[in-house]
Design a protein. Structure first.
Length: 267
């Protein structure tokens, strides 16, 4: 959707994808208060949707705020008659594309601004801190002793980390049983902590490979591909990350803790 420069291409694609759904185009027309013949004229001719039509369709499609903003901006661009307005709309469209293509823009997150600087620095200081935080989601591994055993870390290392996680509000404690608070954090690409965070977990992955662990997947490759394929693979990676995050949230019972590292970039 965000690769398209014309709202009519988006409209046409949605109609085509739902062609097998009986009465779909009629329901679209009813949603925006027009005839199906009018929608056909929009797709195939020089007629444009009104902004009211566009807003109603976005609501019918259950678009989120950004998708609605993008579709509405393209509709306004098609109807714009002044260079000033077109320039402003192009700027808005470009911003929405960049936002959607970034991991930060596609993942729900709690604002890090709600945490103190010392809490942020501590949380991303080492892989052990995040691992301990997440492990506390599992009923069988929610004590200092069980965490120490699972991660092969000494109790003297784990306890101070647990104490700080409790102090900063990342963990709670109930009769010796630890539990994570409802805090799902995601660092933006602009954060000064992001590099440290990535390095921590990639070093962990390397150490894990040195232990000859067989349960994980490690894959590295360099390849020459087309620009079109590069963009497509990037979208697929981002779709997978969204699916992963969604599955984590919806998972009915925490039984394992995993590490996901993904690197995909042009050389």
């Amino acid at each position: 959707m965000y690769e398209k420069n014309d709202y009519k291409l988006i409209l046409s694609e949605i109609i085509e994808k739902n062609r097998s759904t009986r009465g779909f185009q009629k329901k679209m027309a009813e949603a925006c208060g027009c005839h199906t013949s009018f929608l056909s004229q929009v797709v195939n001719g020089s007629v444009h949707l009104s902004l009211d039509h566009a807003a109603a369709l976005c609501d019918f499609w259950a678009f989120d705020d950004d998708d609605t903003d993008y579709f509405m901006s393209l509709t306004m661009l098609a109807r714009a008659t002044s260079d000033i307005l077109r320039k402003r709309l192009h700027k808005r469209i470009s911003f929405l594309r960049k936002k959607k293509k970034s991991v930060s823009g596609r993942l729900a997150k709690e604002s890090l601004n709600q945490l103190s600087e010392s809490a942020r620095v501590f949380y991303y200081s080492s892989w052990q801190v995040l691992a301990i935080h997440v492990l506390c989601s599992i009923d069988e591994i929610n004590s200092i002793e069980s965490i120490s055993e699972r991660l092969s870390l000494s109790r003297s290392l784990v306890k101070p980390i647990v104490d700080k996680l409790i102090k900063f509000g990342f963990l709670g404690s109930d009769h010796g049983k630890l539990y994570p608070t409802n805090r799902d954090l995601h660092l933006s690409q602009e954060s000064p902590l992001i590099l440290h965070h990535h390095v921590n977990w990639r070093n962990f992955a390397i150490n894990n490979m040195l232990k000859s662990q067989q349960d994980g997947i490690n894959y590295s490759a360099a390849a020459a591909i087309s620009t079109k394929d590069l963009k497509r693979f990037k979208e697929e990676v981002l779709d997978f990350i969204e699916s992963f995050k969604s599955s984590v949230i919806k998972s009915k019972k925490e039984e394992e803790v995993c590490c996901l590292n993904i690197d995909f970039f042009p050389l």
